[in-house]
Design a protein around this ligand. Structure first.
Ligand SMILES: C[S@@+](CC[C@H](N)C(=O)[O-])C[C@H]1O[C@@H](n2cnc3c(N)ncnc32)[C@H](O)[C@@H]1O
Length: 306
C-alpha cells in the first residue's frame, strides 16, 4: 500500500528552512535536517553542502520506497537526483558496517570550523565525517594546545585534524583499516598539516595499548571512540563496547601524563557505563550532542581527568 507522503514533505520543508537558518548563523554547512521526526517516516537525512545522505532502517516494518522519495527530496530541498545518496541500514553487528556499498567513489571536500574534510556519501555506509561529533571535535581542538593526542578507533582522523588545528604538539592516530588511515592522511594533507608530527598507526587498538604501555608512551589527551561492535578479520578477538570499555579505559589511563584527560564516547543506544568507572569521570553527553541531533540521544560521552 502506498503511503500519503504529504505530511513528510511538509515536515521536511519546515525542517529544511529552520536548520538552514540555524546553520547559516553558526557557519555550519553539514548538519542533520530530519531525524525520524514523524514516526511513520523513520528516516535520517543529513545535509552535506548541497548533497544529501538519507538512511532508512530495514528493521523498521515500514517500507518507504526510494523512487517515491527521490522526487520529494529534489523538490523540497532544491537538489537533483545525483546529489542524493540513499542507504538502507540493517541492524548490524561487526565489520559489515564498514563494507562498501558497491557504488562508485564520489569524494568531495566539505568545511567544518574552518577545516576541510573529505567525505563520500556513496561509497560506504558511513560518509567519512560523523556529524553528531561536531562539538566533541571542537572540544578536542580546544584542549590540544601544546599537548600530545592519542586518537583511538580514529576512522578518517577528524579528531586528530582538529587537535593539530588546536596546536597539538603531536598526535598518534590508530585504526585497523588501511582505507581509513589513507583517508586520515588525505584529511591531514587537505589542511596542510605537518605530517611528521602526526603519526598514523594501522593497528588493533588492544594491541596498540599493550605495545604503547611496554614502550612507555605518554599522552596528554586521549580520544576513545570505539564502534559498538567489531569483528574485523584482522582482530584477534571481537570488540563489544559494553563488555570491553573497562579494559579499554584502563589501557588508556596507563598512558596518561599527569593532568591528562580521556574523552570516551560511543553510539550504543543502551550503553551503561561500569559504575566503578563512571564515578571517576563526568558524563558530558548533554554538552556534546549538537542541537540538530537532540531528538534522539545519538552518542554518550564522558570526560576523565588524571
Ligand atoms: C565508528 S568508527 C569510529 C568513529 C571515529 N572515532 C570518528 O568520530 O570519526 C569505527 C572505526 O574503528 C575502527 N576499528 C574497529 N575495530 C578496531 C580495532 N580493534 N582496532 C582499531 N580500529 C578498529 C574501524 O576501522 C573504524 O574506522
Amino acid at each position: 500500500m502506498h503511503q500519503d507522503l504529504t505530511p513528510f514533505a511538509n515536515r521536511l520543508l519546515k525542517n529544511h528552512r529552520h536548520w538552514k537558518k540555524w546553520a547559516r548563523r553558526r557557519g555550519i554547512s553539514c548538519y542533520r535536517i530530519y531525524d525520524r521526526d514523524i514516526p511513520e517516516f523513520p528516516l535520517l537525512i543529513d545535509w552535506y553542502e548541497g548533497q544529501v545522505h538519507i538512511q532508512t532502517y530495514l528493521r523498521s516494518n515500514i517500507e518507504i520506497s526510494e523512487p517515491e522519495l527521490i522526487p520529494i527530496l529534489c523538490e523540497v530541498l532544491e537538489i537533483s537526483e545525483p546529489d542524493i545518496a540513499f542507504k538502507t541500514r540493517r541492524q548490524q553487528k561487526g565489520s559489515s558496517q564498514y563494507e562498501k556499498t558497491g557504488l562508485y567513489p564520489r569524494p568531495f571536500t566539505v568545511q567544518e570550523a574552518g577545516l576541510s574534510f573529505e567525505v563520500d556519501l556513496h561509497r560506504y555506509l558511513d560518509t567519512g565525517l560523523f556529524l553528531d561529533h561536531r562539538i566533541t571535535r571542537s572540544l578536542v581542538r580546544d584542549k590540544s594546545e601544546g599537548r600530545r593526542l592519542l586518537n583511538l578507533f580514529a576512522y578518517t582522523g577528524s579528531f586528530s585534524v582538529y587537535a593539530a588545528a588546536g596546536g597539538a604538539e603531536g598526535s598518534v592516530t590508530v585504526d585497523l583499516s588501511n582505507t581509513y588511515q589513507d583517508w586520515s592522511r588525505r584529511n591531514f594533507q587537505l589542511n596542510q598539516m605537518d605530517e611528521s608530527r602526526h603519526l598514523l598507526v594501522r593497528e588493533d587498538v588492544f594491541k596498540y595499548l599493550h605495545l604503547a604501555k611496554k614502550n612507555k608512551e605518554r599522552f596528554d589527551l586521549i580520544m576513545l571512540d570505539p564502534p559498538s561492535f567489531s569483528n574485523s578479520k584482522r582482530m584477534r578477538d571481537t570488540l563489544d563496547v559494553q563488555r570491553d570499555h573497562p579494559k579499554l579505559l584502563e589501557g588508556c589511563v596507563q598512558l596518561l601524563n599527569p593532568g591528562g584527560e580521556i574523552i570516551f564516547s560511543n553510539n550504543l543506544r543502551k550503553f551503561r557505563i561500569d559504575p566503578t568507572i563512571g564515578e571517576h569521570g563526568e558524563e558530558i553527553t548533554s554538552k556534546t550532542i549538537p542541537e540538530d541531533f537532540k531528538r534522539h540521544k545519538v552518542h554518550h560521552c564522558w570526560l576523565f581527568k588524571a
